[in-house]
Design a binder for this molecule. Structure first.
Ligand SMILES: [Zn+2]
Length: 348
């Protein structure tokens, strides 16, 4: 077992960029352990070994952070699958798994809270939302994490409540907003103003995650970089979004009539996936722009994270297996390869 490093999130950010793999729901949905639709991480209780291995896979690929799989493990999401009674057990288990794998690998462990889908900008919903954050952050504090992530907020006002709860518990806070098709948050702020407000309220890292792919997130996070003074986060979904379809929910595949409902999100996005080289380009461009908390959200696999890490000059353990086509039997260049196979390559 590796020695747990003493440096926390902020110390690591002072030294250079921090990489955080997200998107566990999509990855485990593909593997058959999460149901698309509700998207509740029941896998934490049903197959904890699968969650632990996913954490290991992402650290192996270059993630500096093991994020407890408590995304959408809040009271409202547990209610809709009829398992509200398992809320605390699931949260504690997810936090324990993340702490264990972080300790095992020398990574940072993070608690995680997110949009509740109950925020309505009135007193009653504000109190409800705050209670939901308090119980989840409270369990994170009891189990022990290095920092807490609050993510995918459409309403900045809801993100501010999450931030307040995290700061009151004494944790460094990474707070990311999810920008949809329009140019502003759901409560009408520009992303720059949203992040400025979050930074002014004490967030240690501010930025965007989920929703948008690299092409439609990069210009926005660059503007955020100019608007705030602290650390900036960019964790897009690894899909080829563009000006006419800036989010992965808005992507359409008119040539494919097989998709139920005609909407590729969330289960038929495969043809839109970014390849690893596109992710490397995103990482370089974001890093050059001064964005220093980098990762990927829904749709990301370990191969994407390895490519992102290598673009930042890292050599995570998975780099031992990075491609070397020189040794390919038909397309390679190694002198010991059979000439007749190399000549046959054009027929493949
Ligand atoms: Zn996501």
């Amino acid at each position: 077992m590796m020695e747990r490093v003493a440096d926390g999130l902020l110390e690591r950010l002072e030294r250079g960029p921090v990489i955080c793999a997200e998107g566990y729901l999509f990855e485990l949905e593909r593997r058959g352990y999460v149901q698309a639709g509700p998207f509740v991480p029941e896998v934490v209780l049903d197959h904890p070994e699968v969650v632990a291995q996913l954490h290991r896979d992402f650290v192996h690929a270059g993630s500096d952070v093991v994020e407890a799989f408590t995304y959408y493990a809040h009271r409202e999401k547990m209610r809709i699958v009829g398992k509200e009674h398992l809320l605390e057990t699931l949260n504690r288990q997810a936090l324990a798994i993340a702490s264990e794998i972080a300790a095992e690998t020398g990574s940072l462990s993070a608690g995680d809270i997110c949009n509740t889908n109950l925020f309505a900008d009135d007193g009653a919903s504000r109190r409800t939302v705050r209670r939901m954050f308090e119980e989840q952050v409270g369990w994170a504090a009891e189990v022990g994490v290095d920092f807490v992530i609050a993510e995918t907020f459409s309403h900045v006002e809801e993100a501010l409540i999450a931030l307040d709860v995290i700061k009151q518990a004494g944790f460094p806070a990474v707070v990311t907003v999810c920008l949809h098709q329009g140019p502003t948050t759901r409560d009408g702020l520009t992303p720059e103003d949203a992040c400025r407000r979050l930074e002014d309220a004490g967030a240690d890292v501010v930025g965007l995650n989920c929703g948008r792919g690299p092409a439609t997130m990069l210009p926005v996070v660059k503007a955020i970089r100019q608007a705030v003074s602290g650390h900036v986060a960019a964790l897009p979904v690894p899909y080829r979004t563009h000006d006419e379809a800036p989010t992965f929910q808005s992507l359409r595949d008119p040539d494919d009539t097989s998709i139920p409902g005609g909407m590729p999100f969330p289960t038929a996005l495969d043809p839109f996936a970014c390849n690893r080289y596109e992710i490397a380009e995103f990482a370089r461009e974001a890093h050059d722009a001064g964005i220093d908390y980098l990762g990927l959200c829904c749709g990301a696999g370990p191969h994407h994270i390895r490519s992102l890490a290598e673009a930042l000059g890292r050599t995570p353990p998975a780099s031992s297996y990075s491609p070397d086509m020189s040794k390919h039997a038909y397309f390679g260049t190694d002198e010991s390869l059979k000439a007749e196979n190399l000549e046959f390559a054009e027929e493949l």
